[in-house]
Design a protein. Structure first.
Length: 438
């Protein structure tokens, strides 16, 4: 390693010499009327010096890389903390007579830069007494939010992996086809009534004139049907939340960033499920499907099982001329549904028990979500009777510009999305109730 450091010092000296030569040649260039005048001899010399400097720079990079490999191979697979702390104490103790700034001013790198008129740069890591400034500034104090926690003593610590949640709950939005919008408010038309008077119309019929008198034969008139509409406004609402975290925590434990991003996104999605189902509506708020006027209801009756109640509720949607496409169930209710047995103890519903089987009941896609109240279910025509629009998909932003974050070294992470829900045909949905278990 000593030979490598000596060679690196020689190469750095040669590179500074080439840099000085380049400055000398370039200063001899003359500028006249906006143009640069240079002789062919000087241009050739400048190109040669530049090529030499680039080659020396590459040699320095390659030699540093080789030194890093040698250092890595010389280190043990794991680093005991006791020798590390002893070495650190010895290193810092040996330099107590000089401050970090004093040692930097006394370093060979600084002296070389001063000798060249400070024409070099600080691109490379500057070493002080054989140790880089980066190593001298390493933290050795445990932070309450996260970070490293060195223990003075024997043994080797092991950092355990951060384990995120493996299973995410079902999402109500999974039942909707993907749709986007560029607007901040949605206007729709909801059909509130339809009177169907369609009938067979003969070619001719007997009709009494408006002024009275005997009936006369005329071309028959088709009966008139009536359709009523209502204009409805659907706001595009923002769902968001924030989470503060100290900058040192992210620096010490970068694995936390991915976990926090996931939890922020997951939190927005959980709130989204609640809004799709039970949003209270109002200014800039989503009106959930359950709270939309015109949604049908159904209650399980004896002696029907839960599967039978779902099938009967689906009929109500079909009678409204909207075949249902999906159903939302609480995980406990879906558990009861799948564990239904007949008189012989055979399961009624769990026919798709193969690996990768879809969650389906009566041809309806199932989403088991904790957003819906236990003992309730919602089925309907998702994507037709109700449509979900993404204005801004969920994302995570990071900023220190929040209150006194900068002074406290705190970073605020914000997860947010903008979404709108349209329910043009509420009669296509049925909000059902299971009977209480005995």
């Amino acid at each position: 390693m000593t030979a490598t450091k000596t060679r690196l010092a020689e190469l750095n000296t040669a590179l500074r010499a080439k840099a000085a030569e380049l400055d000398t040649i370039s200063n001899s260039f003359s500028v006249e009327d906006g143009g640069v005048t240079v002789s062919a001899e000087k241009a050739t010399a400048f190109r040669k010096a530049l090529a030499d400097a680039q080659e020396i720079k590459q040699l320095i990079t390659d030699l540093e890389g080789a030194a890093g490999i040698q250092t890595f191979l010389a280190e043990p697979a794991t680093q005991p903390y006791a020798p590390h702390d002893a070495a650190l104490a010895a290193r810092l103790g040996a330099g107590q007579g000089k401050s970090l700034g004093r040692r930097f001013l006394d370093s060979e790198e600084f002296k070389a830069l001063a000798a060249s008129g400070f024409r070099g740069s600080f691109d490379e890591v500057v070493a002080v007494d054989g140790q880089s400034l980066e190593g001298l500034s390493a933290k050795d104090i445990f932070t309450r939010s996260a970070g490293t926690a060195p223990v003075l003593g024997l043994g080797t610590p092991e950092h355990l992996e951060i384990v995120p949640r493996a299973v995410r709950p079902g999402r109500v939005r999974d039942l909707f086809p993907s749709q986007t919008t560029a607007a901040n408010i949605l206007y729709g038309v909801r059909v509130t009534g339809f009177t169907n008077n369609a009938a067979i119309v003969p070619e001719r019929a007997m009709e009494v004139p408006a002024g009275g008198g005997p009936a006369v034969e005329v071309y028959a008139r088709a009966p008139q049907s009536n359709l009523t509409f209502k204009t409805v406004t659907y706001p595009v609402a923002e769902i968001a939340h924030t989470m503060p975290i100290h900058k040192n925590t992210l620096a010490d434990e970068p694995r936390l960033r991915e976990m926090i991003d996931g939890e922020l996104i997951d939190g927005v999605k959980m709130a989204e499920d609640n809004e799709i189902l039970y949003g209270i509506g109002g200014d800039e708020k989503i009106t959930g499907i359950v709270n939309t006027a015109g949604v049908q209801t159904y209650a399980q009756v004896d002696p029907d099982k839960q599967s039978a109640a779902i099938r009967r509720a689906a009929t109500r949607a079909v009678l409204a001329y909207f075949p249902p496409t999906g159903i939302v169930l609480h995980p406990f209710d879906f558990e009861d549904l799948e564990l239904e047995t007949d008189g012989q103890g055979a399961y009624r519903v769990a026919v798709n028990v193969a690996i990768g089987a879809q969650k389906v009941v009566w041809r309806l896609a199932v989403v088991d979500s904790m957003a819906i109240n236990e003992g309730k279910f919602l089925l309907g025509s998702f994507g037709l009777g109700a449509r979900l629009y993404d204005r801004e998909q969920v994302s995570v932003q990071v900023s220190t510009e929040n209150r006194d974050n900068f002074e406290r070294g705190v970073i605020t992470m914000r997860g947010a999305e903008r979404v709108g829900l349209e329910v043009p045909r509420p009669e296509s949905f049925v909000y059902g109730t299971f009977k209480a278990a005995p």
